[in-house]
Design a protein around this ligand. Structure first.
Ligand SMILES: [Zn+2]
Length: 133
């Protein structure tokens, strides 16, 4: 599958590579989009009963940041902050990165600036283009 088919531009921060997860059941399919930079998410459901796929529903949610935290020897995907994270939550996440040997990053959405910034850690692989604008 081509890289361009697996990603879509983010509607919130404009990052080119929002992640896409797809699933299908019966004559329906759904896509979940999530931006690893600002935490924007979208969900859309399609029905394929007719000759053309019909968009049954679509919803979008603003992101308040995103994170990916990988335990030593383990694996974890990307997560979005759907509300501004509390100081306690941020403290707990930072603790994992700084003192427990976890890898990953935490980014937060800045409403005033209208862009995401990297709070801590480093994005992995190609997502290191974070916040270069
Ligand atoms: Zn984004």
């Amino acid at each position: 599958m081509a890289l361009k088919d697996m990603h879509e531009p983010c509607n919130q921060c404009g990052f080119e590579y929002a992640r896409i997860d797809t699933e299908a059941w019966g004559a329906s399919s759904a896509r979940r989009l999530m931006c690893p930079v600002c935490g924007w998410t979208a969900y859309e459901e399609l029905n394929w009963d007719e000759t053309r796929p019909e968009l049954v529903m679509r919803s979008e949610a603003k992101g308040y940041g995103a994170f990916r935290l990988i335990p030593p020897g383990g694996y974890c995907g990307y997560n979005a902050f759907h509300t501004p994270p509390s100081a306690d939550v941020l403290y707990a996440l930072k603790e994992l990165l700084l003192n427990k040997g976890w890898k990953g990053y935490i980014s937060l959405w800045d409403d005033t600036e209208g862009k995401a910034f990297l709070l801590l850690g480093s994005p992995l692989d190609k997502f290191d283009v974070i916040d270069k604008k």
